[in-house]
Design a protein around this ligand. Structure first.
Ligand code: SF4
Ligand code: FES
Length: 362
């Protein structure tokens, strides 16, 4: 196999600790504890190695990355190494002073999550009273500090009717971009699938509304929207293709091709404590396993979209077929596509059960 292109971005999962308990959290069910987290100097070395490897940006994420006291130091280090710096945050541990300090350290962009536009609904999803009000305050501080702001909202059957209100709120907050995400069904989202899965009718209305808003708000708000998997005819290129654009480092230093890769049982993950980032990117078994197209069975192997969607999502293929090397069943050409249709028929539009929240103390 030829040497891969450098990764576009390093996803630095600084911690799995988080003050919120969103029922669609994409972190693993078994969270990594604080005692195993990489230290400041280890992260600084990884940031240097990412820059040397040719990565363009670093996304500080988690859990909640702002729970790490060394975040300003890491931002400063990344910035000095020439990386574009983005903070993916719930906003909860931040305040105006901390945001100013991060801006002073070279932070360029903040991606702030909102759960809903109705405060009581947003707080119910996050399972934290007052969370929504705090987030609105943080959005204001981010803009006052002169930082670029993206609002991220995960949509599902219980908040899709307020998509238009979220678009208006993003504009009012001065965001330059709105990421309209849909629940990805692995991790905690699987536990809550029936409570989250929207109906086809909800999705069609949302698509029309987004198309209209994109035209109306051209030059004001950029939209980042990937239609939800279960109502698509072809899958998305998950992670931009396995081992092609992203390198995920877990809080304890495991190098993962995607944040859910550990659900694939026969993959072995290298740790940045033991091997250089460059070595892992090029050589490690986990990154090579599904990189490119050589691993693909039919129907992907001879499909003219195999270098467009790269066979979809490996983790979803595993979850729904028991084999991570199969075509993502979201694809209509997959022999397992019927499972998706059956699931949607069984679960969307059924009675909404209560959320199951993460139990681990945060
Ligand atoms: Fe993508 Fe495979 Fe479906 Fe072709 S057959 S569209 S490569 S998932
Ligand atoms: Fe792992 Fe899609 S979430 S490849």
């Amino acid at each position: 196999m030829s040497t891969p292109e450098p990764p576009l971005a390093l996803l630095a999962e600084l911690t799995h600790r988080c003050p919120l308990q969103c029922p669609y959290c994409s972190n693993p069910l078994a969270l990594e504890g604080v005692e195993g987290e990489l230290g400041t100097e280890e992260w600084c070395r990884i940031l240097d190695e990412a820059a040397a490897l040719g990565a363009y940006q670093v996304h500080f994420s988690g859990g909640e990355p702002a729970l790490r006291k060394d975040l300003p130091k890491l931002v400063r280090h990344a910035s000095a190494a020439g990386l574009y710096t983005n903070l993916i945050t719930s906003g909860i541990p931040l305040n105006g002073e901390k945001i100013d300090a991060l801006a002073g350290a070279g932070l360029e962009h903040v991606q702030l999550s909102l759960q809903d536009t109705l405060p009581e609904e947003a707080d119910r999803v996050a399972k934290m009273p007052g969370a929504h009000a705090k987030k609105l305050e943080i959005a204001r501080c981010v803009r006052e500090a002169g930082l670029a702001l993206t609002i991220n909202c995960v949509f599902h059957r219980q908040n899709l009717e307020r998509l238009d209100a979220m678009i208006e709120l993003a504009v009012a907050l001065g965001a330059g971009r709105l990421e309209i995400a849909h629940v990805q069904y692995y991790g905690w989202a699987i536990e809550n699938r029936q409570a989250l899965l929207p109906s086809r009718d909800q999705i069609e209305k949302a698509n029309a509304l987004i198309a209209d808003a994109e035209a109306r708000l051209k030059g004001v708000l950029l939209f980042d929207h990937v239609p939800p998997d279960y109502y698509a005819r072809r899958p998305k290129a998950c992670m931009g293709g396995w081992g092609r654009q992203f390198l995920n480092i877990s809080p304890s230093g495991k190098a993962l091709p995607c944040h859910a890769a550990e659900t694939i049982p026969d993959l072995r993950f290298d740790n940045v404590r033991e091997r250089s980032l460059a070595d892992i990117w090029v050589e490690s078994d986990a990154f090579r396993r599904f990189r490119g197209t050589g691993w693909m069975p039919e129907p992907c192997g001879s499909c003219d979209r195999r270098e467009i969607d790269w066979g979809g999502c490996r983790c979803q293929a595993l979850m729904l077929t028991g084999d991570a090397a199969q075509a993502d069943p979201v694809c209509e050409l997959s022999p397992d596509h019927g499972r998706i249709l059956q699931m949607v028929k069984n679960e969307a539009g059924q009675e909404v059960p209560p959320f199951r929240y993460r139990r681990k103390a945060n």
